[in-house]
Write a protein that binds this ligand. Structure first.
Ligand code: GLN
Length: 198
């Protein structure tokens, strides 16, 4: 199994180590690779889009001409985990907490609407324990996190925090507004591996 991480900016290294740990937990023999080019993208069985700055990652994906291919691959059914900025990039609708009228460029593959910087500025970042429906608990962090404010179609909620959706799943796609790579538990990464095993 080969899992690729979009690695232009953000927490891609942390995802690398958490995914390695999850592979060991799942008893899977595989590679985790940093994806920056179209060529690297062709060889992965699952993909991670990390947290960071969604506008920067989006710009880089376009500058490197991989955005369209990533979208196609997700639509073809490759499992994908988008965390924080990555969740924003999966969403069909995204607005900013402040600049409400502005839509941001995204892949637009997942039936979710998000509000960027939902909880406010950097100093409003926080830690919390999240219960994932059917998958267990993890202690994790929210860093200038978005919120998932609407879901439709085949999307299911897998976690809420104070009534706000913080994790959702639609067929081959998982979106979390928190950082599972900065956590005490590899449960979310294991979930991606299980989707890739199917
Ligand atoms: N606020 C960032 C954005 O809008 C997301 C923050 C994160 O990924 N930790 O892209």
């Amino acid at each position: 199994m080969k899992i690729g991480i979009i690695s232009y900016q953000g927490s891609f290294q942390e995802h690398f180590f958490m995914m390695k740990k999850a592979m060991t937990s799942e008893g899977v023999n595989g590679d985790v690779i940093y994806v920056k080019s179209k060529d690297q993208l062709e060889h992965v069985d699952a993909l991670i889009i990390p947290g960071g700055e969604s506008t920067t990652i989006w710009r880089m994906m376009n500058a490197m001409s991989i955005a369209n291919r990533v979208k196609e691959k997700i639509e073809e059914g490759i499992p994908v985990l988008g965390t924080c900025a990555g969740a924003i990039l999966l969403s069909k609708e995204s607005i900013d907490n402040k600049v409400k009228e502005k839509q941001f460029g995204t892949l637009g593959t997942m039936d979710i609407a998000v509000i960027r910087n939902y909880y406010g500025r950097q100093r409003e970042s926080f830690q919390s324990i999240i219960k994932l429906e059917n998958y267990g608990e993890l202690k994790t962090v929210f860093i200038r996190a978005p919120a998932i404010v609407k879901i439709w179609g085949d999307t299911n909620v897998i976690a809420k925090l104070d009534n706000v959706v913080v994790a959702a799943m639609e067929r081959n796609m998982i979106a979390t507004t928190f950082h599972p790579e900065l956590s005490d538990n590899d449960v979310v990464h294991r979930l991606l591996i299980r989707l890739a095993k199917k």
